[in-house]
Design a protein around this ligand. Structure first.
Ligand code: PMP
Length: 423
């Protein structure tokens, strides 16, 4: 048995207490421009807690080696740590088997893999891929590419003025040529939670495959892929307290089995000769080349961390933060929230009359508050709301109500700086 930080972080923190949680995140104690950091950019990338930092550190210091190949001790240790992380991912999303967990670089790579390995061989000219208007570019562009390669058509389900997607509107677009529905679980630009369970059920009853982009969901809610029944579920580690450069493609085994490998190279083969190659079994068939081993170890530790806290309580805390943020933003003159879906998670986007989001982001940064400004890789959403960009505050389990008060005060300062504050 390998003694590692990753395997030691199983002790539950018992009750959810935000100050206890915050102490686990070293970066939260730093200051920015003389102010304590208020990190509200978790939708872009979240910070890592000590168990993740320690697990990666321990791996690099004591166990680093290439995986799956060596008979020597370090290689076996590295392989054990890597595969233990896969098992953790499997349990985390309630997959049926470890063969259903493909460890990749992130959501983007996972969607591209499904587009090229699942969709491309299947699609014929005139077939359709159905997405929604609120998708991240990572869940748009790979489908556009495969449509260009096959003559298939991209069909886009509308959103309404709240930023909601109705099941009926999507169902109306499911036709005899629809081969796949690919949609977000939670919108990164609007915070909308999509009715994915109903959508998957609807698609399944019509024989349509489903991919759910869970990049903005997994950190905020418990995901059960078997209960959802989707064919694919994809997410990134760095939005759920793990390092960058690691992510997951969950696929139902019978679907993955039928798919050809995407990238060729080491580790995804059983035998290679110049006459021909035989491919490795799942999940390795889709994991060509040396992966981000340290990142995967960190992902396993992030899951261990999430399992160690009271997740329903953490989710309730985040929901309370989101409600408080909406209430706070509601007091700011000239502020319009973009995305007012009845079910939201994790984030709030807005525009402020007379202050460009980039200027606003700079002013907030001067006050030590990190938010994201821009199109959030969802340009069609910006077009729909006729705004060039928004400012977005996105939350994690370590954020506090006091940080939202500071956000409100800083927004008022921005209004005064731009001569728009109430006297
Ligand atoms: N989908 C959504 C909803 C996202 O928020 C993001 C990241 N902003 C992605 C996909 C892409 O994730 P990554 O860059 O980690 O591949």
């Amino acid at each position: 048995m390998i003694e590692s930080a990753q395997m030691k972080n199983d002790t539950p923190l018992r009750t959810f207490d935000v100050e206890t949680i915050r102490r686990e995140f070293p970066v939260l104690s730093r200051s920015v421009h003389g102010h304590p950091l208020a990190y509200l950019d978790n939708g872009a990338s979240s910070q890592s807690p000590n168990p993740v930092i320690d697990a990666v550190d321990d791996y690099v210091r004591r166990h680093h080696s290439n995986i799956h190949r060596g008979v020597h001790t370090l290689s076996q240790e590295a392989t054990a740590l890597y595969e233990a992380a896969r098992d953790r991912v499997m349990r985390f999303i309630n997959a049926r088997a470890r063969s259903e967990i493909i460890l990749l670089h992130g959501t983007t790579e996972a969607v591209n893999l499904v587009a090229q390995s699942y969709a491309r061989p299947l699609l014929r000219a005139g077939d359709e891929i159905l997405i929604t208007h609120l998708e991240h570019h990572a869940n748009i562009v790979p489908w556009q590419m495969v449509c260009a390669q096959t003559g298939a058509k991209l069909v886009v389900a509308p959103i309404d003025s709240r930023g909601e997607v109705s099941v009926a509107a999507i169902e109306a677009l499911m036709g005899p040529r629809t081969r796949l529905l690919a949609c977000a679980h939670v919108s990164n630009a609007l915070g909308t939670v999509l009715p994915v369970a109903q959508l998957v059920q609807s698609a399944k009853s019509r024989g349509i495959a489903t991919l759910i982009d869970g990049a903005q969901a997994v950190a905020h809610m418990q995901v059960d892929v078997r209960a959802l029944g989707c064919d694919f579920y994809v997410f990134s580690g760095h939005k759920m307290y793990a390092p960058t450069g690691v992510g997951v493609l969950y696929g139902r085994e019978e679907v993955l089995e039928r798919m050809p490998p995407w990238q060729g190279g080491g580790d995804m083969i059983l035998t290679v000769s110049f006459e021909g190659t035989t491919y490795n079994a799942l999940p390795y068939k889709f994991e060509a080349g040396t992966p981000n081993i340290a990142g995967v170890v960190g992902l396993g530790a992030a899951i261990g961390f999430l399992e160690s806290i009271d997740r329903p309580a953490a989710q309730a805390h985040e929901e309370a933060l989101l409600a408080y943020a909406h209430a706070t933003l509601g007091t700011i003159p000239g502020l319009r929230v973009i995305g007012t879906a009845r079910e939201k998670a994790g984030l709030v986007s807005w525009v402020l009359d007379g202050v460009h989001p980039h200027d606003l982001g700079t002013i907030l940064d001067q006050d030590g508050i990190a938010v994201r400004t821009g199109h959030h890789c969802a340009m069609p959403v910006m077009d729909f709301f006729s705004v060039p960009a928004t400012t977005r505050a996105s939350f994690a389990i370590y954020n506090t109500f006091a940080e939202i008060d500071r956000l409100g005060a800083s927004l008022m300062r921005a209004l005064h700086l731009f001569g728009r504050g109430a006297d």
